[in-house]
Design a protein around this ligand. Sequence first.
Ligand SMILES: NC(=O)c1ccc[n+]([C@@H]2O[C@H](COP(=O)([O-])OP(=O)(O)OC[C@H]3O[C@@H](n4cnc5c(N)ncnc54)[C@H](OP(=O)(O)O)[C@@H]3O)[C@@H](O)[C@H]2O)c1
Length: 392
Amino acid sequence: MKKISILGSTGSVGAQALDVLRGLPDYRVTALAAGRNIPLLLKQIAEFKPGLTAVSRAEDAAEVKKEFPDMAVYSGADGLSRAAVSEADIVLAAVVGTECLKPVIEAIKLRKNIALASKEILAAAGEIIIPLVEKYGVKLLPVDSEHSAIMQSCPPAVAPNGCFVYPLEQINKLILTASGGAFRGVPAAELPAKKAADALKHPNWAMGRKITIDSATLVNKGLEVIEARWLFGLPCERIEVLIHPQSIVHSLVEYRDGSVLAQLGMPDMRLPIQYALTYPERLPGCVPALDLLQVKNLSFSPPDFKNFRGLKLAYEAGQAGGTMPAVYNAANEAAVELFCQDRIKFTDIPFLIEQAMLSHRAVSAPGLEDILAADHWAKQFVQKEPKCPTVR
Ligand SMILES: NC(=O)c1ccc[n+]([C@@H]2O[C@H](COP(=O)([O-])OP(=O)(O)OC[C@H]3O[C@@H](n4cnc5c(N)ncnc54)[C@H](OP(=O)(O)O)[C@@H]3O)[C@@H](O)[C@H]2O)c1
């Protein structure tokens, strides 16, 4: 029996993970952590019967406790940490943003394997997380479909202490595919007028709000480039992005002999979620197999770095290193929030990220406090940014 704790159970990834777990009788959900969607959380508790639950607000914790008096219920940052360090063997990190950075670090120190959906924490703090993963011998299992595809296309060896070792000496480069999001092919002149409701119309994937906006700016792909840099140990210059509108080829690995290996599948997150939870086993599918005869076309093109500058800035942040990726990530989080409140234009998102990066002096070899300080500074900077004409 494998025990799983889910951080972000009420979100898109969390709910799909629970759907996967419905088909896995040898797995037990021991902890659920959510934010504010208490009606959905109550249903999940009734069905999966975890021993521990955490929510963002104390008043919500009281409501949950009233419904389930025998269950341990916590709130706030402490609650998220308790869910991460509870009795589980695997912690699924699926909280949006950097909220679960500290809880994941605490789980790693207790040698719990991490199924990682929360790409923001690796983008912001990979420099801290990866040495801990190696020190404590933890498996970092990618949930993002692109990183799952890379892992499947260059299967890692397992070091004596349990962590993954990728065959880097055989690899030329990694190729991450991107659907291009809601505004693929939209002329540059039309982008400033696009609203959050437009950006949320993703052509292929049904996902949470922030990642869908990030897909439209290509910042999502930028975060994934930095995430891949830490997961697989190759520098950003050897991680390429290709636009692939069909979202069938989930990513590719180019080997030094010229061979290219890829993983293909339906665009359904339950597939990479299940593989992360059941690794190294492949259990009967929760998703229909890909029918190649139904796939009429597989096309690839280079990304438009000029009109989607958020991707280019990710390479710059990744190359600068230190606290710069944390600033890139945090500035984006704050800018997306302003965009969703209709306080800035779509094209202001990369503008504000760039302004934050230009105003930040990166701290090299940062500690956790440096990362958290950079994250806090960048969010404040964007919220107050005077040069962006459309921020109130
Ligand atoms: N969705 C996808 O297909 C997909 C694919 C690859 C990677 N990812 C990554 O996975 C992560 C989650 O994405 P998502 O699309 O599932 O996001 P989402 O639908 O917005 O869900 C976010 C989850 O985080 C919870 N949450 C937010 N703040 C919290 C806090 N302070 N404490 C505890 N829980 C909190 C939310 O709770 P409430 O809803 O209850 O407030 C919700 O359960 C992101 O990092 C994203 O980039 C997502």
